[in-house]
Design a protein around this ligand. Structure first.
Ligand SMILES: *[C@@H]1O[C@H](CO)[C@@H](O)[C@H](O)[C@H]1NC(C)=O
Ligand SMILES: *[C@@H]1O[C@H](CO)[C@@H](O)[C@H](O)[C@H]1NC(C)=O
Ligand SMILES: *[C@@H]1O[C@H](CO)[C@@H](O)[C@H](O)[C@H]1NC(C)=O
Ligand SMILES: *[C@@H]1O[C@H](CO)[C@@H](O)[C@H](O)[C@H]1NC(C)=O
Ligand SMILES: *[C@@H]1O[C@H](CO)[C@@H](O)[C@H](O)[C@H]1NC(C)=O
Ligand SMILES: *[C@@H]1O[C@H](CO)[C@@H](O)[C@H](O)[C@H]1NC(C)=O
Ligand SMILES: *[C@@H]1O[C@H](CO)[C@@H](O)[C@H](O)[C@H]1NC(C)=O
Ligand SMILES: *[C@@H]1O[C@H](CO)[C@@H](O)[C@H](O)[C@H]1NC(C)=O
Ligand SMILES: *[C@@H]1O[C@H](CO)[C@@H](O)[C@H](O)[C@H]1NC(C)=O
Ligand SMILES: *[C@@H]1O[C@H](CO)[C@@H](O)[C@H](O)[C@H]1NC(C)=O
Ligand SMILES: *[C@@H]1O[C@H](CO)[C@@H](O)[C@H](O)[C@H]1NC(C)=O
Ligand SMILES: *[C@@H]1O[C@H](CO)[C@@H](O)[C@H](O)[C@H]1NC(C)=O
Length: 417
C-alpha cells in the first residue's frame, strides 16, 4: 500500500485502540492473564471471562486494579491448575431487573447465582483485601422481608470442584447468600471475612455466609461472618465437614438444614464438627432444622416443601464461646414450614441421631432455655448429648425443652417445646 494509506490506517488504528481501551482488557504474558478494569465504569465481566478463557488451565489470573464493575453473570467452570489473585474490589451492579432475569441456576431449591466458579486444583487468594461487594443494600430494600425472592443471586457458587483452596477473600454487602458450594470435594476455605449488614430497617434474611450441597471433605477455618441468617449451613448430602476457629456475629450460628424439603427424596448430613467458635449475638450456637413430613406449598421455592427422607448423624459442636446468644444454645426442630401450618411437627420421617453439643461451651445466653429439642414423633432422636452445659450462664431459668428424644445424654428434659 502507499505510504499515505498506511499513514491513514495507523491514524485510524490509533483512534480505534483509544476507544477500545475504555472497556476492560486482558494483558497476557506467558500463562498469566492480568485484567485491567474499564476506564468508563462499564462491565468488566467480559474481560474477566476472557482472562479465564485464556489462562484458566495451568495459568494465573490477576485482578489487581482497585475496582472492577460486574454488570453481568459469569460462569468460569472446569478450571484446572489455576491461581486467581484478587487484590481489588469487585462491585456488582444494581440492575435488579437484569439479575433477576439472568442469574444462573444453582441446581437446587430454585436458588441462583451471579458467578459460578470451579475446577480442579484452583487457588483463589484475596490476600485479606480482595473483596466481593454485592451492593446488597438494594437487595435488602427490594426484598423487604420476602424470603428466597426468586432470582436474587448468591454472590459466588463454587461448583463441581475438587482439591481447591480459597483464602483471604472478603464478602461485603452480599446480594443473598455470600457463597454456595455445590458438588465439590476436598476444599479448604480459610481466612474468609463476610459482613452483610443493613444500614436501615430492611431485614437481612437469606444473607447466609455459605451453604453446602452434595459436598464431601470441606474445611472452613478462620471465618468471620457478620450477617442476618445462617452463619454456615450444611444442606443436602454434605459429609465430612470441619468448621474451626471462627467468629459469628448476629446471624443464626451453625445450621444443619433446612433439609427434608423434597417429598420422597433421600438426603443426608453426617460427620460434621464445629469447634473453637465464638458466637456473638447469634440466635443459636448450632441448630438443626428439617421440614415436616407433609409437603406444604410448592418447592423448589426455598420456603415450601416437606416430606423428605434421610438422616443427619454424627454432628459435634464443641468449644464454643457465647456472648449474648439471643435464643438457645442447642436447637432441633422438625417443624420447619414457612407456609403457616404448624400442626405437622410429628410427621417428619427424617432421622436425626448422635448429635453432641459440648464439651467446652461457655459464656452467656439472653434466654432461660439452654436447649429446645423438638424431634418428630414419627422419628424420635437417639444419641442427643449436651455435655458441660453447667458452664453456660442463662437469664432466669435453665430449661431443657424436649419432644421425642430417646435416652438423652448429659441432661434431663424439663418440659416440652
Ligand atoms: C465436572 O467437571 C469435570 C471437568 O472438570 C467434567 O468432566 C464433569 O462433566 C463436570 N461434572 C458436572 C456434573 O458438571
Ligand atoms: C425480566 O425482564 C423484563 C424486561 O427485560 C422485565 O419486564 C421483567 O420484570 C423482568 N423480570 C424480573 C423478575 O425482574
Ligand atoms: C437493566 O436490565 C434490563 C434487562 O436486562 C435492561 O433492559 C435495562 O436496560 C437495564 N437497565 C439499565 C438502567 O441498564
Ligand atoms: C484470620 O482471617 C483474617 C481475615 O479475616 C486475617 O486478617 C487473619 O490474619 C487470619 N488469622 C490467622 C491466624 O491466619
Ligand atoms: C460489619 O459492617 C458494619 C457496616 O459496615 C460495621 O459497622 C461493622 O463494624 C462490621 N462488623 C465487623 C465485625 O466487622
Ligand atoms: C444424596 O445421596 C444419595 C445417596 O448417594 C442419593 O441417593 C441421592 O440422590 C442424593 N440426593 C440428591 C438430591 O442428589
Ligand atoms: C464418617 O467418618 C468415619 C470415620 O472417619 C468414616 O469411616 C465414615 O465413612 C464417614 N462417613 C461418611 C458418610 O463419610
Ligand atoms: C464422626 O465424624 C468425625 C468427624 O467429624 C469423625 O472423626 C468420626 O470418626 C465420626 N464418627 C463416626 C462414628 O463415624
Ligand atoms: C423459580 O425461579 C424462577 C426464575 O427465577 C421464577 O420465575 C419462579 O417463579 C421460581 N419458582 C418458585 C416456585 O419460586
Ligand atoms: C452483651 O450484652 C451486655 C448487656 O446488654 C453488654 O453489656 C455486653 O457488652 C454485650 N457483650 C457483647 C460481647 O456484645
Ligand atoms: C449412633 O451411635 C451409636 C452408639 O455409638 C451407634 O451404635 C450407632 O450406630 C450410631 N448411629 C448412627 C446412625 O451412626
Ligand atoms: C437427671 O435426673 C436423675 C434423676 O433425678 C439424676 O439422677 C441425674 O443426675 C440427672 N442428670 C443430670 C445430668 O442432671
Amino acid at each position: 500500500m502507499s505510504p499515505s494509506v498506511a499513514k491513514l490506517l495507523s491514524f485510524l488504528l490509533f483512534f480505534a485502540s483509544f476507544t477500545l481501551v475504555l472497556s476492560g482488557t486482558v494483558q497476557k504474558e506467558g500463562s498469566t492473564c492480568t485484567v485491567h478494569a474499564s476506564r468508563d465504569a462499564s462491565d468488566d465481566a467480559p474481560a474477566i471471562l476472557e482472562a479465564f478463557r485464556l489462562c484458566g488451565t495451568d495459568g494465573v489470573i490477576q485482578l489487581h486494579d482497585p475496582l472492577y464493575h460486574i454488570e453481568s453473570v459469569m460462569e468460569t467452570i472446569g478450571l484446572s491448575n489455576v491461581q486467581v489473585d484478587l487484590t481489588g474490589r469487585m462491585l456488582w451492579g444494581t440492575n435488579i431487573t437484569y439479575w433477576r432475569n439472568n442469574s444462573l441456576p444453582l441446581g437446587y431449591q430454585n436458588q441462583s447465582t451471579a458467578w459460578v466458579f470451579g475446577g480442579d486444583h484452583v487457588t483463589f487468594d484475596g490476600h485479606n483485601i480482595g473483596t466481593f461487594d454485592g451492593n446488597g443494600q438494594i437487595w435488602y430494600d427490594f426484598a423487604d422481608g420476602i424470603s428466597n425472592l426468586a432470582g436474587r443471586p448468591i454472590s459466588l457458587t463454587i461448583a463441581n470442584s475438587t482439591n481447591s483452596h480459597y483464602t483471604g477473600i472478603r464478602f461485603v454487602q452480599s446480594q443473598f447468600w455470600s457463597m454456595a458450594i455445590n458438588r465439590s470435594e476436598n476444599i479448604l476455605l480459610e481466612n474468609i471475612y463476610i459482613n452483610s449488614t443493613s444500614n436501615n430497617s430492611s431485614p437481612i434474611q437469606n444473607t447466609d455466609g455459605v451453604d453446602t450441597f452434595y459436598c464431601d471433605g470441606i474445611t472452613f477455618r478462620n471465618w468471620t461472618v457478620v450477617n442476618g441468617d445462617d452463619s454456615i449451613s450444611m444442606k443436602a448430602n454434605s459429609t465430612n465437614i470441619l468448621i474451626q476457629d471462627s467468629v459469628f456475629f448476629n446471624g443464626a450460628g451453625v445450621a444443619i438444614g433446612s433439609i427434608g424439603q423434597m417429598d420422597g427424596a433421600f438426603e443426608f448430613i453426617s460427620n460434621v464438627t464445629a469447634e473453637r467458635v465464638v458466637a456473638i449475638g447469634t440466635h443459636f450456637a448450632a441448630y438443626i432444622k428439617t421440614f415436616t413430613g407433609v409437603q406444604q406449598g410448592f418447592p423448589p421455592n426455598g420456603n415450601s416443601g416437606g416430606g423428605g427422607l434421610g438422616f443427619a448423624t454424627n454432628l459435634t459442636f464443641r468449644d464454643f464461646t457465647l456472648h449474648n446468644v439471643t435464643g438457645n444454645v442447642a436447637e432441633i426442630t422438625q417443624c420447619t414450614s414457612f407456609e403457616g401450618l404448624s400442626n405437622e411437627c410429628d410427621t417428619s420421617l427424617f432421622q436425626i441421631s448422635n448429635i453432641t453439643w459440648g464439651p467446652g461451651i461457655t459464656g452467656s445466653i439472653q434466654s432461660d432455655t439452654l436447649a429446645s429439642m423438638q424431634c418428630s414423633g414419627d422419628a424420635p432422636c437417639p444419641g442427643i448429648a449436651l455435655l458441660g452445659f453447667d458452664d453456660i450462664t442463662s437469664v432466669g431459668g435453665r430449661e431443657f425443652k424436649c419432644n421425642n428424644l430417646v435416652n438423652p445424654i448429659g441432661f434431663n428434659c424439663t418440659g416440652s417445646t
